[in-house]
Design a binder for this molecule. Sequence first.
Ligand SMILES: Cc1ncc(COP(=O)(O)O)c(C=O)c1O
Length: 965
Amino acid sequence: MTSNPVLPATLSAEALTEPGDWLLPRHLGSNAEEIAAMLEVVGFPSLDALVDAAVPENIRLRRALNLPAPLGERAALDRLRAIAGRNRIFRSYLGMGYSDTVTPPVIQRNILENPAWYTSYTPYQAEISQGRLEALLNFQTLVTDLTGMEIANASLLDEATAAAEGMGLAFHARANPEARRFLVSGLCHPQTIAVVETRAKPLGIAVTVGDVFAQPLDPSFFGILLQYPATDGALLDYTAVAAQAKAAGALVIVAADLLALTVLRPPSEFGADVVVGSAQRFGVPLGYGGPHAAFFATRDAYKRQMPGRLVGVSKDAQGNPALRLSLQTREQHIRRDKATSNICTAQVLLANMASAYAVYHGPQGLRAIAARIHFLARLLAVGVAQLGHTVAEAPFFDTVRVTVGDGDAILARALEQGINLRRWDARTVVIALDETTTAADVDALLAVFALGKKAPTVAELRDKVAPGLPVAFVRPGEILAHPVFNKHHTETEMLRYLRRLELKDFSLATSMIPLGSCTMKLNATTEMIPVTWPEFGRLHPFAPTEQAQGYAELFAELEAWLAEITGFAAVSLQPNAGSQGEYAGLLAIRDYYEARGETGRDVCLIPLSAHGTNPASAAMAGFKVVAVACDANGNIDIADLRAKAEAHRAVLAALMVTYPSTHGVFEEGIGEICGIVHAAGGQVYMDGANMNAQVGLCRPGDIGADVCHLNLHKTFCIPHGGGGPGVGPIGVAPHLVPYLPGHPVVRIGANAHSGPVSAAPWGSASILVISWAYIAMLGARGLTDATKLAILNANYIARRLEAHIPVLYKGHADLVAHECIVDLRDWKKQAGIEVEDAAKRLIDYGFHAPTMSWPVPGTLMIEPTESESKEELDRFCEAMIAIHREMEAVAAGGDRLDNPLKNAPHTAAVVTATEWTHPYSREAAAFPKRELREHKVWPSVGRIDNVYGDRNLVCSCPPVEAYTD
Ligand SMILES: Cc1ncc(COP(=O)(O)O)c(C=O)c1O
């Protein structure tokens, strides 16, 4: 038989059992031939030889990771379907800040399931991010309008951490430095109380949980936290409480329900200084706890203390309105341990879904939804009262508290009917209705409360319902009057509005996004598909765990795989961003020392090159930050580390070290660094944001770290969503296992003794399917191959560029790790060109700029990841080289102020204007490469004026006239 390459005579047994839909060759950007070509440029005969030279021998893992054999794409989805099938969707009326909701399909398909929205990054390059910046501005407008506050941010991680951030703001803003007490209403959601208590402890804040109407306030209190409506549904008039707080000098923080605020008096009217909450019920699936967008609104006076990102209106070089991130000087990148908070990645994708939900429904639609829920709640209340139960006296919006004879009998009967009710105490249950509740649901609830007797029905009760909310609580007047909330109410209009926004933005659907430290790799479609399955999306986070057995299986496998990949004893999936992982890991260290009676250990050493979240998290965890110098090669200065560890020996708690370093090199001395810290009695915290250079090659646990966070939204394929969601799990060595985060409502981790750091027990649970699928489909070899190629790609770019632009730091054998920093600092002197000019010029060439001026001002940090093809890397390098030539031309006598770099990016309006006065052609401006004539994504605005935006701060939608001539 002759062998035919097209139709071979026989195939292997494996080829016949699997469809051959392996993700690995699709996940990796280059094939064997292209890899060989890149290796030749870098000067190594094989990938293994390159890796052997780049990664220090003494930390190498010389065995394959112990992970299951990889699954094909279809097989992974089949497995996930089986897992999803083990989750059971009951009707959950559990409330506590989580409500089932109807995600409008136009939003699900065009935002949540759309790579153009979910693969973009935090809008650092504002000129190519105007779409999501507009959606975020809508979110801020929505929040300020409904809360009645003056300013709102562009989302936080969840309601509980937002409340804790509110406490932090009040604490830092307090006039009386002796004030260290914080009053929390006992009617706040339990997870909010627990997270606030966790956050308070390291800061030395004394939390009192109690009845805010009975607790006298004096100047020792700096703030109070109220829930509106309260967790049991009660609508309470807080006017007197707020007045008393103010008289004592305390700030008033209100955790509020955004949908209720469409019909209720806003908290601003009874004296709130800060209003926080969750926007989940604005169309974002429950997802077993997350991800969802929290909001944070305050008075203008506190804008500089406000945590998180803030979108503001500025103007571009042509004077047109343009959006950008404002007041960035508040953030950790600049203020380090003095930053307002450690929040970096937030919940942009979910905030954008929530704002789109408000745009789609508009003020009347939202009020109709609220009115319907409220009416059904009143029907329910009348019905249960008719059945002889006692409904709580306080007015309510959507949550009814009922005292019954035997609460457990009601709960048991409800469970038999596939219904989850909240147990308040032995005799009391609480029922929270939501947008998805129907008359049939209320009938089913009444049948439960009838306990076998004949139940009244909605049809019988409809005309017997008492009037709704007392007038004192009802919000008069209009809401959401801005045009954006009043015109996109048909699906056609909404589709086009979303598409218009999408087209203004760069995402991975446009081109590579080589942001160093951000790992913008492929987010494969198969990984994303299960996220919107109802079996993952419609579970309430506090549903009985028997109903979430699919999730339990997924978590257990993912935890085990991540523990194997990192070399740790256990993993917590709770932290919902890298910053929260840092905080959770540092708390574990703190709690460990406390348990040993070593409470004096409060110094945290942090290299100057560290990401800003490191010192900000350390300060929040109550540590004093001591900086460690870096040497001329960008490595930790070991002599300085030794000296600092010795000087603080008695009080040393930890070193935070990023590996490979944020300078993009595998430091040879990492083993010695860990040894120095351990010898001085401290713990090593490894920031694993750069884990993409380690997976399969070395493990933080083996290197000597005691705890490490991972950014699943970098290394493990969760997309960045334009600035969140994220997941920042931590792995810990055996002695820290007892100090992993716990939870007050759902028992997690048999050993977890510490308080929760997130509202939900497993943080952003629904997106963990993405990382599960990635690991399941790549397997040990695939993950390791991905790491090797990430290292090759970075070195290939470094080699190609260094002939033109210096590469700042290198490690052993003149190699970088998975990213490289190119140095443009000299060009300011030579040609008046700033790094920002080069970054903006890249937009004209069709690229998103690399990370700019971090960790070294005046440089660009490039991280290509393994998923970009050699062709894309070459295109990028050629663009960089061409820009370098443009800089040379300016240095050689060109106009230092009027050149393609200074004027970049060029909009279509600019290059087609009647007048063209520049000393270079329109063609050079818009089409500096021939290929751009075939495919060009135009920036929708020109260079944005940052200073103007901060000086004239506008953080909600300007009137439409601002955009017209
Ligand atoms: C090195 C490093 N550490 C920590 C973080 C913080 O992670 P997150 O943004 O998820 O809070 C980042 C994020 O960019 C990072 O690059």
